[in-house]
Design a protein around this ligand. Structure first.
Ligand code: TRP
Length: 467
């Protein structure tokens, strides 16, 4: 007996599934990666390239993962095992280790967003636990060098993630996303309106959108491609089996071809909105844009400090938004880690072991998360692999190596070896007008693209300076 669907959960509705999948996609990557990368790599020119990648690779990869999940009705490891007759089980293992490596530092950063939301709220009441007008860089340094407090917030964030995911697919993950994602959208629109109507906002809009085709000249095109590709991978949550797992909870009549398009497009729209929320305000107050934690936790705090009485209000709203974005993503990471184990127990007739596995993974994540907190962004521990702060070390291992390898092998396998397997699944619930396009891209475009992303990541991992 395969055990398939014996007590296995599924999404309550297609809307709920879409919110959960978009919630997984929309995260820190959209908020601090995309807007800066777009501005620094050719503006509108970068955006056009990114859109091309979304259609030719993002769409293809999301559909591939969703179809693999639904065709097998299993989560990552058993899905790869059954679709490859055991040969590709290791891809499933890669795709389980990668989210585990990411989840710890993701919750560390989510914990900081929580801390900032609380501190900005404190400012509304002029409380002693507020930011109190402290310079953003000083406030952030005080936080990450306070390893005790950093651990507390990291663990708190992991706890919230575990509590939601342990409630189940539809009554935990889906329920939360159905409320949180529309809420995030509304908050984002409020912040966009405030940001774009500040005097001097135009410079930020120009930074993001000004087309600069010269970024594509010579070797530039490869480096822009690698940067846009890596960003897209992480942002739409592919290469880590999350869409496989989420796809395995889809109903047999849900349209995969349509969802495969909606998810990356919604993710892109939110990334652009995030840029419009952040960059105009950064420029209006004469600050320098940057990428990564510095943008969210230093520059933007200074923006809110400069806004006068309204600052703490917008600060609170903004950091709540960051918390939601991080939480809906950390939930998907945890789900991807535990789902294979939950399935295995179900198959063995041991019943629903979701809670137990959530707590096991949660405690293990607390260890990796705490190690990142103990490192204080490279202040305290010896560098990982001799070169990286611990956060970057975990990230490069997962995002830089495991994810692109898993994605590359996946498209090669289903494009060239097990042909038509996924197409047949997609066709059961969709007219699949894009089938020819899909097959072509799966065979040729997606592998080349994954290969470039892998090269770009290896280049930055080993500091080779190829691009
Ligand atoms: N997509 C999220 C972001 O943009 C991060 C994320 C969550 C992720 N789940 C993932 C990335 C799965 C890759 C795979 O921040």
């Amino acid at each position: 007996m395969s055990g398939k669907n014996d007590g296995r959960e599924s999404w309550g509705s297609n809307f709920g599934f879409l919110m959960a999948a978009i919630g997984s996609a929309v995260g820190l990557g959209n908020l601090w990666g995309f807007p800066y990368k777009m501005g620094a790599n050719g503006g509108f020119a970068f955006f056009i390239l990114y859109l091309v990648l979304v259609v030719f690779a993002g769409y293809i990869l999301v559909m591939t993962e969703l179809a693999l999940g639904r065709a097998t009705g299993k989560s990552i490891i058993p899905a790869y095992r059954s679709a490859t007759d055991g040969k590709g089980t290791f891809i499933g293992i890669f795709s389980t280790v990668a989210p585990f490596l990411i989840l710890g530092f993701y919750c560390y950063l989510g914990g900081y967003a929580l801390k900032y939301a609380i501190a900005n709220l404190g400012d509304i009441f002029h409380a002693s636990w507020g930011v109190g007008g402290a310079d953003g860089a000083d406030f952030f340094t005080a936080l990450f060098t306070n390893r005790g407090e950093s651990r507390v917030y990291t663990i708190l964030f992991i706890l919230v993630t575990v509590l939601i995911v342990s409630r189940g697919v539809s009554s935990g993950i889906e329920k939360f996303n159905k409320i949180a994602m529309p809420g995030l959208f509304i908050l984002l629109v409020i912040v966009v309106i405030r940001s774009c109507t500040l005097p001097g906002a135009g410079a930020g809009i120009a930074f993001m959108f000004k087309p600069d085709w010269s970024a594509f000249a010579g070797k530039g095109i490869i480096s822009v491609l690698a940067s846009a590709g890596g960003q897209m991978f992480f942002s739409i949550s592919i290469g880590m089996g999350i869409m496989v797992t989420y796809g395995s909870y889809m109903k047999k009549d849900d349209d995969i071809a349509k969802s495969g398009l909606i998810i990356p497009l919604a993710d892109t729209v939110i990334a652009i909105l995030a840029g419009l929320a952040i960059m105009p305000a950064v420029f209006a107050f004469g600050m320098e844009p940057s990428a990564g934690p510095g943008l969210l936790f230093m520059t933007l705090q200074n923006v809110f400090n400069s806004m006068g009485a309204a600052g703490p209000v917008f600060g609170t709203l903004f950091y709540i938004l960051v918390c939601i974005a991080a939480l809906t993503s950390s939930m998907s990471l945890l789900e991807a880690i535990i789902a294979s184990f939950v399935d295995k127990a179900l198959d063995k007739g041991q019943g629903n072991k979701r809670k137990m596995y959530c707590w096991i993974a949660g405690v293990l994540t607390m260890i990796t998360g705490a190690s990142v907190a103990m490192d204080g962004l490279g202040t305290y521990l010896p560098p990982m692999f001799g070169r990286f702060c611990w956060l970057d070390g975990y990230d490069l291992l997962a995002e830089g190596i495991l994810m692109p390898i898993a994605a590359l092998l996946t498209v090669l396998y289903f494009g060239w070896i097990k042909k038509d397997f996924l197409q047949a699944e997609i066709k059961t619930s969709s007219t699949f007008k894009t089938e020819k396009f899909y097959t072509f891209c799966l065979k040729f475009v997606a592998p080349i693209f994954c290969f470039f992303v892998l090269l770009g990541q290896i280049d930055s991992f080993f500091g080779l300076g190829w691009f």
